[in-house]
Design a protein around this ligand. Structure first.
Ligand code: ASP
Length: 294
């Protein structure tokens, strides 16, 4: 199994209207390709997750980085996290407004003592680590000001198993549209929106953050991997959410590189590439993967 590698990205658990299908497939596929390039070149899972998420943060089609949704006050407030499944290090930021790529700030915190920094303290940490700060209004895309783009769950995430068997998970989001200023979702909280343990597997979520936090979805999927395969563990999602309601999607990779995908939303934007695929696949529903998996 040592050489086997797997990259899975998501671009949100949501309903995708036909005109938006292509850009969801293309965006996820480009992000998977970016992570795959890192792994192929001998890079580690953490670096690959970061590469994929940066691509999605820079793509205004997704609710992360530039193009994040707006709060009730018309501002962008972003959350992001990165987890290294080999060391169990986590770096996370919440409610940041002046960072073009919040996942880079999460990476800067990864090896430091804090797990999660918020707001101006997170921005200061990132700046001291060498990241440039921008004006908050530079993160607002024209599309997000248009009412028809206010309601999607376009959060992004990625899980990777690299060739050495290291696992990592990441997430990045502007949160829910119209959220209360200061609200923090599941995405930067380990065990909720993401989790990685190289002895078990890695998971990254999208969906209704309050539901995902209250049911600790990522940690429970990872715990499920002690007895289930990757797809069976992902398939725990509907039962985990049953008591609280809400829609979500989960991408899962197990310690051997097997893929699991589940969503209770109508669609789920996904990109996958593995060592057994010549090119990345961009999908909008888990059933598409069943048809193409090598
Ligand atoms: N889970 C994110 C949040 O609640 C939203 C999403 O997945 O789009 O902040």
């Amino acid at each position: 199994m040592a050489e086997r590698w797997t990259v899975i990205v998501h671009g949100g658990a949501k309903t995708i209207a036909p005109p938006a299908e292509q850009r969801n497939r293309a965006g996820c596929s480009a992000a998977a390709a970016a992570a795959a390039a890192v792994v192929r070149a001998g890079g580690c899972a953490v670096e690959a997750v970061q590469a994929a998420i940066r691509v999605l943060e820079d793509d205004p089609a997704f609710n992360a980085g530039f193009g994040s949704v707006l709060t009730a006050d018309g501002q962008v407030e972003m959350d992001a996290a990165l987890m290294d499944g080999t060391t169990l290090d986590v770096g996370a930021v919440a409610c940041v407004r002046r960072l073009r790529n919040p996942i880079r700030a999460a990476a800067a915190i990864l090896r430091a003592r804090p797990v999660l920094l918020c707001g101006s303290g997170a921005e200061r940490f990132a700046h001291e680590a060498g990241l440039e700060l921008c004006r908050p209004d530079e993160m607002i895309s024209p599309e997000r000001l248009a009412s028809e783009h206010r309601s999607a769950h376009d959060t992004v995430g990625c899980v990777v198993r690299d060739r050495a068997g290291n696992l990592a998970a990441g997430t990045s989001t502007g949160g829910l549209p119209g959220k209360h200023p200061g609200r923090i979702g599941d995405s930067p909280i380990p065990g909720c929106g993401l989790f990685a343990d190289s002895a078990l597997g890695a998971a990254s979520l999208s969906g209704d953050g309050e539901s995902i936090i209250r049911t600790m979805v990522a940690a429970r999927i990872a715990a499920g991997l002690e007895r289930l395969d990757a797809q069976q563990a992902a398939d725990l999602l509907p039962s985990l959410l049953a008591r609280v309601g809400g829609a979500a999607g989960a991408i899962v990779v197990d310690r051997d590189g097997a893929v699991g995908i589940a969503h209770t939303s109508e669609h789920f934007a996904i990109g996958i590439q593995t060592d057994r695929m010549d090119a990345p696949a961009g999908m909008i529903h888990a059933r598409e993967w069943k048809g193409i998996q090598p």
